[in-house]
Every structure is written in C-alpha cells, then in structure tokens.
Ligand binder design. Structure first.
Ligand code: SF4
Ligand code: SF4
Length: 297
C-alpha cells in the first residue's frame, strides 16, 4: 500500500496523465503567439525560498520590502504550515511583473512559471525514504502553445527553462513539506513557534540570516567557523541551512549540533549582561552623586 501526495506548483485544472522525464510533449511558447501573456493575467503562483532569493536580488530589495509588496500568505496544509504566493496587481489578477513585452523578470521568474504548462508532482510512497518525481501536462483553453508543432521531452523542456538549478536549490525544501504532509497526525500540529521559524527560514531569508548568526543562536548551536562565515556571506547557504534547521524544528532530527554547554553559556551570557547593567547603574549613581555635590556647593 502506498500513500501519494502531490504538489502541483501551478494551479491546474487538468491532470490527465503522469509523465516522466523521457515523455514527449508538444509545446512551444513564443512572443508572436496569439495568447502571448494570457497565462500571466490570472496568476496562482506559490513561491519557493529560491524563487524569493532570485526575485529580491533581481529587484535589489530586502525580504522586508519584497514580502509585503509582492506576496500574500496562505496555508500549505491543515496545520497552518505557512506558504506565500505571488501577489497580483492591486484590484486585479494579473502578475505585477507582466508588461506588454512579456515578463519583466524573465531571467529570474519563479519555478512555477518555468514549469508551465507542466506541473511537478512530488510523491512519496508509504514507508519510502526517497521522493519520486513525475510531471503532468496542464492543458488550458487559453494556452495555444499546445498547438505549435514542436515536440520535445519533459527533460529537454526542463533544461530549456533553466529548471535544473531551480530544482537543485528547492529539492530539500520540497522534501521537507512532503514529509510533513506524509507524516500526517504522526508528528502532530507544529507549535506556533515552529510555524514562525518555518516562515522565517523559508521566506524571510534576511531575518533568518540575522537569527542564525546572532550571539544568542551561537550560544545554543555549535557551528564551525567555516559554516558561520558562509551563513554571514551567502544567502543560498542560508536557505540550505534553513532546511537542515527545520528538520530539527519539525521532526526533532539532530541536524544542527547543539552546544554541549549551551545551558552554561546561556547562564554566563545572562550574568555578563547583569554585570554590565549593574556597572552602568553604579556609574550613573556616581555621576548623580557628583552632580548633586556640585549643585550643593
Ligand atoms: S513572473 Fe513573469 S512569467 Fe511569471 S506570471 Fe509573472 S510575468 Fe508571468
Ligand atoms: S503559449 Fe501558453 S505559456 Fe505561452 S504565452 Fe500563451 S498562454 Fe502563456
């Protein structure tokens, strides 16, 4: 017996057949086609951490600016696992990046836009530790690309759309979600804190980077100097680390070593802060006494 979970990155009205990388498809999209831009006029696009990293870099803005302006939140599962989707133009359904000339962020467009008209199906058989990947062809009336004469395999289409890189940087995160969905009630509803950490590690990459390089985090987790340097300078590394950290948060796997003497370090940290506060208070009291003395003379 197997349990199957599908994860379609694009809203799909039709899932007619399971395809593999070798399956042939007939499809071509180009600027002169009669339906040009039709697929970008009514969007439903879930974003991955790598999509966000690429887009915010492209726009040269922080996650603080990107998330409220270009995304809206939704729940991935019944436990409230947070997801984000691309927000359309205000009061409409078209993508904010759509122009008469096509996609204004084409080189950094999200995974779902690259896959279309394919849907990625991630599946985990019950008891299996590895996910299987297959594809479905989404056929919508407005999309005339299916009438073009070009034939190619799914893998050739993925290559053409630059999906290898996107999939490589998203595989771990997808597996995490699939594991969470497949586990069902076995792991129960994550705590509010776990859900907040999932959001931060997945989407608010800048904040997560600050968090994992903070004194407080390092007092609790044992990171080697090379790893810490990478976290400070490379947000792609931050995304990968986020997946590892979330396995610990969601499933209790020991993926990030905990400081053996974390409790002692925390105590020392608190003592140090208390000592500093005490010294500041003493210096202020001395100053106040001196000033009072001067005023009295
Ligand atoms: S990001 Fe680009 S390709 Fe994707 S929906 Fe928007 S305009 Fe279309
Ligand atoms: S062919 Fe399909 S994917 Fe290309 S512009 Fe038309 S609707 Fe969009």
């Amino acid at each position: 017996m197997s349990e199957e979970k599908f994860d379609l990155p694009h809203a799909s009205p039709v899932v007619p057949a399971m395809l593999t990388g070798d399956s042939p498809i007939q499809f071509q999209c180009h600027k002169g086609i009669s339906c040009f831009n039709a697929c970008c006029k009514n969007i439903d696009i879930q974003l991955t951490p790598y999509d966000i990293l690429r887009l915010k870099k492209r726009l040269n803005i922080s996650a603080d600016e990107f998330l409220p302006k270009y995304t809206f939140p939704f729940e991935i599962d019944a436990h409230g696992l947070p997801g984000v989707k691309l927000a359309p133009v205000e009061g409409g359904s078209a993508c904010q990046f759509m122009t008469d000339e096509g996609c204004s962020v084409y080189e950094d467009r999200p995974t779902s836009c690259r896959y279309y008209p394919l849907g990625l199906l991630s599946m985990r058989k019950k008891g299996a530790s590895v996910d299987e990947q297959s594809y479905a062809l989404v056929v919508e009336d407005h999309c005339k690309g299916h009438l073009e004469e070009r034939s190619l395999t799914v893998d050739e289409y993925r290559e053409e759309q630059g999906l290898k890189e996107y999939d490589d940087h998203t595989r771990g995160w997808r597996q995490l979600i699939l594991k969470k969905k497949s586990a069902g009630p076995a792991i129960g509803k994550p705590s509010q804190l776990s859900l907040q950490l999932f959001f931060m590690a997945s989407y608010h990459i800048d904040q997560f980077q600050k968090f994992v390089t903070s004194e407080q985090f390092l007092a609790n987790y044992d990171l080697d100097p090379g790893q810490l340097e990478k976290l400070k300078t490379d947000q792609l590394g931050v995304i990968d680390f986020g997946v590892r950290f979330l396995k610990q948060v969601l499933f209790g796997e020991e993926t990030v070593p905990v400081q053996a003497d974390a409790a002692r370090k925390r105590e020392e940290h608190i003592k140090k802060r208390a000592q500093e506060a005490h010294e500041i208070a003493r210096a202020q009291a001395e100053l106040a006494t001196k000033q009072a003395g001067k005023e009295g003379t």
